[in-house]
Write a protein that binds this ligand. Structure first.
Ligand code: FAD
Length: 308
């Protein structure tokens, strides 16, 4: 699988290079579990809201790991403490946090982005779900941290979204590519002013790998007219046969969730999935590349699709 630098990651990299260090950032998407943020600033009493303060993200900010737990065979949920109990990340939607650490014995720091699954207005902490890759530098670090250990973070904005910008959206995710999609889905549905209708297609290797499934199922129950979701699983078992679509994302699956064309389609997953659904990204992942794959066959234009 090709590893590549992202444009926004590149900017951070240039800054880091200016500071005299080499920089590397990669995008890898894959797999798994479950967590749901019910705290929303709009639901807080106004005196509580007044006390909230955004973290001042200037350069890299050190955060301390509060707690961590495995949620399946290779995904760990990590909760880091914000500077104090009344702090919120205050990040705009679809913003990841770029981590930075220097492995023992190395002089070159490692940079990897991870997308919070906690709300940007949640007080006191920020939570991630991180899939571990064999010999993965970033994911290995995230899986090795113990409560009390610290890590450096810096915001990395991925995609601009304004409420009601699109009347319908189809979100296509694979594996751990679900984290920015989850952030967006939750924010849209929990905002009473936003009337956007969302259809999610989420592909995984196995049932166990479906990340945040309970939370998406809850959202579908809570917002039946606005949110539908469909899971597709490559390796079904006799026990779950028939519960999910089987195999990769196909034209038939997309037609099922979006009989009419959506106003905007977001694709977030491993490069092989992105390529088959929407064509490969360009410039080693730095640019959107031309539109291809299933979405092109379905009549979408480049402007109607965004690839993460
Ligand atoms: C904007 C953005 C947000 C992200 N958010 C999250 C998130 O919330 N949670 C999360 O878990 N990840 C997320 N990622 C991916 C994350 O940044 C890292 O790319 C991932 O953790 C792998 O990095 P690593 O250093 O562990 O592996 P590397 O050291 O880069 O690679 C180790 C080995 O694993 C292989 N490998 C790595 N990834 C894959 C893959 N997907 N499929 C097959 N082989 C692979 C590599 O080719 C290599 O051989 C995000 C990426 C981006 C760009």
């Amino acid at each position: 699988m090709a590893a590549y630098l992202r444009p926004s990651v590149k900017a951070a990299g240039l800054a880091a290079a200016g500071a005299g260090v080499a920089y590397a950032g990669y995008q890898h998407w894959n797999s798994t579990s479950s967590f749901f943020n019910t705290v929303h600033a709009e639901s807080l009493p106004s005196d509580s809201q007044a006390a909230l303060k955004k973290v001042q993200w200037k350069g890299f900010t050190e955060l301390k790991l509060e707690s961590a737990e495995m949620v399946n065979h290779n995904v760990r949920r990590l909760t880091f403490a914000l500077p104090d109990d009344q702090s919120i990340t205050g990040l705009p939607l679809i913003t990841s946090l770029l981590t930075r650490h220097t492995p023992e014995g190395a002089w070159v720091p490692v940079f990897r982005p991870y997308t919070p699954v906690s709300g940007n207005d949640e007080t006191g902490h920020v939570t991630f779900m991180v899939k571990k890759y064999p010999n993965g530098k970033g994911s290995g670090k995230m899986h090795s941290l113990q409560p009390g250990d610290t890590l450096l973070f810096k915001p990395l904005h991925e995609f601009d979204y304004k409420p009601n910008q699109f009347s319908t959206m189809t979100l296509i995710a694979g594996g751990s590519g679900i984290t920015p999609i989850y952030q967006l889905t939750k924010a849209i549905l929990n905002n009473p002013e936003d009337k956007t209708k969302i259809a999610l297609v989420y592909a995984n290797n196995s049932e166990e790998d479906i990340l945040l499934k309970n939370d998406f199922d809850e959202l579908a129950k809570k917002y039946p007219g606005r949110f539908t979701r469909l899971y597709t699983v490559s390796n079904t078992t006799p026990q779950n046969e028939g519960l999910y679509e089987k195999g990769y994302v196909t034209k038939e699956i997309l037609k099922k969730v979006m009989p009419q064309k959506a106003n905007k389609v977001l694709v977030s997953g491993p490069p092989a999935m992105t390529e088959s659904v929407a064509g490969a990204k360009g410039g080693f992942g730095w640019t959107q590349g031309s539109l291809g794959g299933i979405l092109k066959e379905l009549g979408y234009t480049k402007e109607e699709v965004h690839k993460f």
